[in-house]
Structures are given as structure tokens and as C-alpha cells.
Design a protein around this ligand. Structure first.
Ligand code: ZN
Length: 149
């Protein structure tokens, strides 16, 4: 199975049944993100236990790519430290925005399938929205909502 088929499968699966799609009532931090180009909206809920992200979830509505990307992100980032999450942001940002087809995808695991989105430049912001929202909520708690514009 090549990356392109896998891309379709993973997007469809995570859009149909998004992981961690819920509100965290006692979240340490929450932040909204908006991608006006497509109309994707999400609210990220994050629970911190010291330096560790003990829980991460989201709610919202958007296209399949935005929902699947947020679902994959919460699945992957939950349980990581803030530093590890920021490192993943950098890797994902490179993966989605740079033409680095020879990059080592191995450490990204399932997240690597999102590289398929580079074939549709207008959808890149759909995939990066949740990551930008995460980075913002980690670095600047209390910020206004994130917009990809
Ligand atoms: Zn979208």
C-alpha cells in the first residue's frame, strides 16, 4: 500500500470517527482555531500535569482533512511533554509546508500520511490549523483565537 492510498484511508477513518472528540470539563487551557479559507473551526482542550500533556481533545466542525488532522494530533500528542509536543509541531510544519520528499518519515508514524496533503496546496492550512492552535496554547496561554490568515 503506498502513501497515497494510506492517506485516503487514514483521512476517511479519522474523519468518520475522530479520536478524542470531546470537551475536557476541567481543562488547564482551551483555545479556538479558525481557518477562514475553508471554514474549519476547532476548540482545543488541553490538560497539563506538570510539564506533561495528560489529556488533549478537540471539538469543532470542518472538512475531512482538518478533523482527521486534529484527531491524529490528539492521539499522538497525548501523554507527551510540552517540549516533545513542540518538537512534533516543528516536524509536522516541515512535513506539510516544505518540499522535503526525502525527509525521514519514520519517527512521525501515522502522522506521515498527512504529507499527502501537499499535493493540494489549498488544503495545507486545513491540516496545519490544529497544530498552530496547539503551539499557541502551549506557548501563549490566554491568547486570542488562532486564525490561519
Ligand atoms: Zn478545511
Amino acid at each position: 500500500m503506498d502513501l497515497k492510498d494510506l492517506y485516503q484511508d487514514v483521512i476517511v477513518d479519522h474523519n468518520r470517527s475522530p479520536r478524542n472528540f470531546r470537551r475536557i470539563a476541567d481543562a488547564s487551557r482551551t483555545l479556538e482555531g479558525f481557518n477562514p479559507l475553508c471554514g474549519d473551526k476547532l476548540t482545543l482542550y488541553l490538560k497539563l500535569d506538570g510539564d506533561r500533556i495528560s489529556d488533549l481533545s478537540f471539538e469543532g466542525s470542518g472538512c475531512a482533512i482538518s478533523v482527521a488532522s486534529a484527531s491524529l494530533m490528539t492521539e499522538r500528542v497525548k501523554g507527551k511533554t510540552v517540549r516533545e509536543a513542540e518538537h512534533l509541531f516543528d516536524r509536522m510544519h516541515d512535513l506539510l509546508t516544505r518540499d522535503n520528499v526525502n525527509a525521514d518519515l519514520e519517527p512521525l508514524g501515522k502522522l506521515a500520511v498527512l504529507s499527502g496533503v501537499r499535493e493540494y496546496p489549498s488544503r495545507v492550512k486545513c491540516a496545519t490549523l490544529c497544530w498552530h492552535t496547539l503551539k499557541n496554547v502551549l506557548e501563549h496561554p490566554g491568547n486570542p483565537p488562532v486564525s490561519t490568515e
